[in-house]
Design a protein around this ligand. Sequence first.
Ligand code: AMP
Ligand code: ZN
Length: 468
Amino acid sequence: MSLQVHNTLSRTREEITPRSGEGKVLSLYTCGPTVYAHAHIGNFRAYVFEDLLQRHLRERGFIVRRVMNLTDVDDKTIRGAHAAGIALADYTRPFKEAFFEDAKTLRLLPAEAYPAATDPEQIARMIAMIGILMEKGNAYQAEDGSIYFRIASFPDYGRLAHVDLENQRSGQRVASDEYDKEAVADFALWKAWVPEDGAVGWESPWGKGRPGWHIECSAMATGLLGQTIDIHCGGVDNIFPHHEAEIAQCECAAHGEQPFVRYWMHCAHLMVEGSKMAKSAGNFFTLRDLIEKGWTGREVRYALISVHYRGALNFTIEGLGAARTALARLDAWHERLLETAGSETASEVPNPATEGFFSALDDDLNISGALAVLFETLRESNRCMDEEKLTPVQACGLLNWLGRVDGVLALEADTVTTIPSEVEELVAARAAARFAKEWKKSDEIRDQIAALGWIVKDTKDGQKLTKA
Ligand code: AMP
Ligand code: ZN
């Protein structure tokens, strides 16, 4: 089966194909964080979904050129810097750094580029794009000096979000970066400087000001990936007005008839007790909050990845607990396969159904189907190992398959690097206790080891240590 995804624009499932002349190369643009606070795990649901997409495309032989922007100037970042009484760049810098650390903790593949909206090169692109829109009559300067996009000049406005604009093009204007479908209006491309902007502002042919949020993504996406982008992702809240506005700006500024984006993909929100997890609602957890409570990045990744990206996902601590249990099963199985394979290098996958893992993902990233294949394979091979029927060659085949699976899921256990000497001493003391058949003492030492964050297991080759 070919790789198919649900396209928000057509509302149908479509096969992903590269453009002619592009070989196997696909461009992917993903709206990145607005760096006015630490990203919460709702934001990371979007980034983890995009990571799964990127990894599966790679598994299917595509070369993915991915760009993720950093929104470091908009209404929210300016407000934050103003409240903190510091320069915008000083305010956003720690949030940018934190974002990259969190992305690493969640094992997100790096993008090829992370353009920031305030890069002089990007500001120049935005100004050039607004200039084209002015020339073509798609934009105008209002009395306040700001430049607005004239939505009446683009009859397709509303197509992505399926908004009927017949009665809405009243010539109203909105300066805010975010607005409702109920208030469709001409939106700001360039906002004339006002005293609240303080030191934030750039010179332009229309006076000093700053870009609107939507033009930032349009200019950075087309500037780095070209006039047509293959796949563009974000959360569903980005569909309107952000992505609708991106289409309007790019297609009006473009030469020719090509669409701005071929496949639009949006993930559903991460919810908390029936509401969208959002900074403004105060119902959010950052990754740091969860790490502090003893959860690992891998557990959070599992919890976010294991529900279909377009399905409702309610965040709960029980959900993280289920992730921990599932990962412990995978780790134990992995270890058992390693033991069974021994030094064998020849490999044969015992169950041809394992390919079903990848074909499930070909079906609009059907993760439940893929995980079902993974856990069914685990159960079946564990049964074979119980009966000592799995050969080293087969175990080796399953390990190779698991390596491919992990190229997509990125859920493998952290490799044990250095064992603290305190733990090593306890392991030695426990070996002595076991040799002396002092079982109670052995159990007590095991608990002491556990308290230091390590799990000790007894195998036929002696004690094995893993990190808790
Ligand atoms: P922002 O920093 O608000 O621009 O959001 C960055 C990304 O996170 C966007 O793609 C949003 O659509 C996405 N996002 C925000 N909140 C959630 C949520 N609760 N669940 C899933 N994605 C979200
Ligand atoms: Zn964007």
